[in-house]
Design a protein around this ligand. Structure first.
Ligand code: SAH
Length: 346
């Protein structure tokens, strides 16, 4: 089978080579790239300065990714929007748009489903279908920018999927997103969250990027973490933290630890103490997330008091800590609430 090239996943340089291959003038590459990544064209029809003959060649030889918005839900609590997108193969993914004082943030999905199996997360319930292509990750942002008419300044890879389980496509996506000839989002405004795939964390550290790495910790000992996250059977907690340390040493970027507080499971004083010892000496920031309920599991969030107590335990030991303000809970748009089997949910 002749697989068509996904033209919106190509770097400008790769696009130049393609354009030359099909006998077009080199300057066309830059024009096209601008339509794809700056003007955010939904289809070739919009590209007014591109001759018909070239559009026909593109239509014949390439695929052009433009996600369809299947549904938008807006939170009555905070204005957060959750987008349901349909991909060309009929798969569905969700993304979340959040408005903050410092700018607009988009949380993207990196895979259709997820195979990491974290016990408290809805995105993994039906397993992994496939990884998203770079253009499918990009177009979540582009479609939202078009729909809202507002500039996106921050991007977080915290939607459905494990970004580092789709490593090559993720890297390409980041390079396109931060390209000065494209949307030109600053690397410093991008966060990638991982459940802790050690080899790929080390690889990422060596890429010379300035993105923030967030590590989903959720347990402060190997045993506790293993009870919540199957991936901990593969990677020991100390190796994961060592990989964070390496990331900081290589990039100078402060690590974010995400810690979902689950009532009676990981929110005791002992948990707080162990967490402090674990991250001691590491330039980091701990983000506490009262766990968001999902109907298939009976985990409940920690009591407000327990959250505050946990937080002050960390502060007393000089660990930077904040409690995440969860947005979009009423539309199932908060952490761990995005899912693949959208249709069955309602
Ligand atoms: N696979 C990546 C990114 C997706 S999840 C990762 O594991 O980091 C984004 C964050 O939400 C992770 O820290 C994840 O552990 C957390 N999360 C998942 N389910 C949650 C829930 N029900 N409540 C609160 N946070 C949750």
């Amino acid at each position: 089978m002749d697989v068509k090239t996904d033209i919106k996943s190509l770097s400008l340089e790769e696009l130049r080579a393609e354009i030359e291959k099909i006998g077009e003038k080199p300057f066309r590459a830059k024009q096209l790239y601008e339509w794809f990544h700056v003007r955010l064209a939904r289809s070739c029809d919009e590209m007014t300065n591109i001759p018909k003959s070239l559009k026909e060649k593109l239509a014949d030889g390439y695929t052009y990714t433009a996600l369809t918005i299947a549904q938008v839900q807006t939170s009555k609590l905070d204005g957060t929007k959750k987008y349901l997108f349909e991909l060309a193969d009929g798969s569905l993914v969700e993304s979340v748009w959040m408005k903050y004082r410092h700018g607009n943030s988009v949380c993207i999905s990196s895979q259709v489903g997820c195979r990491m199996g974290c016990r408290f997360c809805a995105s993994t319930l039906d397993g992994l279908e496939r990884g998203l292509t770079p253009s499918e990750m990009l177009d979540q942002i582009y479609a939202i920018a078009r729909d809202t008419g507002e500039r996106v300044s921050n991007v977080v890879g915290m939607g459905t999927g494990e970004p580092l389980d789709n490593y090559d496509n993720l890297l390409k996506f980041i390079r396109l997103l931060t390209d000065e000839n494209g949307l030109n989002i600053s690397q410093r405004n991008i966060t990638v969250s991982t459940c802790g795939l050690v080899e790929n964390m080390l690889r990422l550290a060596d890429e010379h990027l300035q993105i923030t790495l967030a590590l989903s910790l959720h347990g402060s000992t190997q045993e506790k973490r293993r009870a919540l996250m199957p991936i901990a059977n593969k990677y020991d907690i100390n190796d994961v933290v060592a990989a964070c340390k390496y990331y900081f040493e290589k990039t100078g970027r402060r690590i974010t630890f995400e810690y979902s507080l689950i009532g009676g499971v990981n929110d005791t004083d002992e948990d707080a103490r162990n967490l402090c010892s674990l991250v001691k000496g590491l330039n980091c920031h701990v983000n506490l997330i009262p766990v968001n309920p999902i109907k298939e599991r009976d985990y409940t969030e920690s009591e407000k008091e327990a959250v505050m107590r946990f937080k002050s335990r960390l502060e007393n030991r000089h660990v930077n800590v904040t409690v995440r303000r969860e947005l979009g809970r009423d539309i199932d748009g908060a952490c761990g609430q995005l899912r693949r089997r959208y249709a069955q949910q309602h």
